[in-house]
Design a protein around this ligand. Sequence first.
Ligand code: NAD
Length: 312
Amino acid sequence: MPTRKKIGLIGAGNIGGELARLCANKELGDVWLFDIAAKENFAKGKALDLEQNGSVLGYDANIRGTSNWADLEGSDVLIITAGIPRKPGQSRDDLVATNLPIIRDVAQNAKKHCPNAFAIVISNPLDAMVYEYKRVTGCPKGMVAGMAGVLDSARFQLFLSREANVSVKDVRAMVLGGHGDDMVPVLSMTTINGVPATTMIAKDKLSAIVERTRKGGGEIVNLMGTSAYYAPATSAVAMAEAFLHDQKRLLACAAYLEGEFGYSDLFMGVPCIIGGKGVEKIVEIPLTDEEKGMLKKSAASVQAVVDICKKG
Ligand SMILES: NC(=O)c1ccc[n+]([C@@H]2O[C@H](COP(=O)([O-])OP(=O)(O)OC[C@H]3O[C@@H](n4cnc5c(N)ncnc54)[C@H](O)[C@@H]3O)[C@@H](O)[C@H]2O)c1
């Protein structure tokens, strides 16, 4: 393989395939699509289909499927979707028993084969899975982040733009806290190109949008019978691109907290600068008392799942 950047996608399912398509289309690097041995041919088939896609679209990325961790040696970025997604009626936390041993297996192999990769965890329950990844690998805190905030913020921004009847491009909003039903859409910082959203959208409509955002993943699970994958993949690729191109983007990501916002030894969604060194900085924005209260509730939910992992 040539000396392009190397991107390892752990899990070749719905999000994994879309990640591969986006990484190749954006020419971010060569892509290895990894899955368990029983699904190696599936991963290889998807990879081949996507390489043929490049022949039409004109991208040169090499895309390979594998179930051999040795093929991932030297990866610059790992994006981890290994695990099962939700079915209707399930919460993200219901996945912990199945996905905990999977993230441990992935982390042990990542530590051995890709010790220098910037890792982006997507598997749910997100904040606990990214905590466990860092605990097992022992990687520096800046070299691992969870993807949830970019997606939850995107959902929030879409609903706001539709309600205000403005382009989604002009809506600026962030969702912080854990990736669960008590996540924290930060209304005090939400603007439509600098204009506070509260001046353009009525209070009751804003409350309904906050609730819809919190249940945004479940809404899609109920419609499709499985988790969303287009927007989750696009969100993770935004984080990967920020790292690979040293873009210094300010994105809401699950980052390891050491006192920021008053929390320690916990991963949770906070505003982060993502650049060539990974999570380069956590930006502590002022929150209203109500938002601080919501963040506290969300942090308690994340901690409860982390505690289950610590016992497991
Ligand atoms: N963070 C978020 O915002 C967000 C959004 C949507 C989905 N998700 C989560 O992402 C995960 C993946 O979702 P999906 O729709 O792609 O699921 P999927 O079932 O389509 O794909 C998951 C893949 O992981 C593979 N896998 C299982 N164990 C593995 C292991 N040890 N090593 C490597 N691969 C392994 C499976 O074989 C499967 O192909 C789920 O846990 C889902 O809940 C998170």
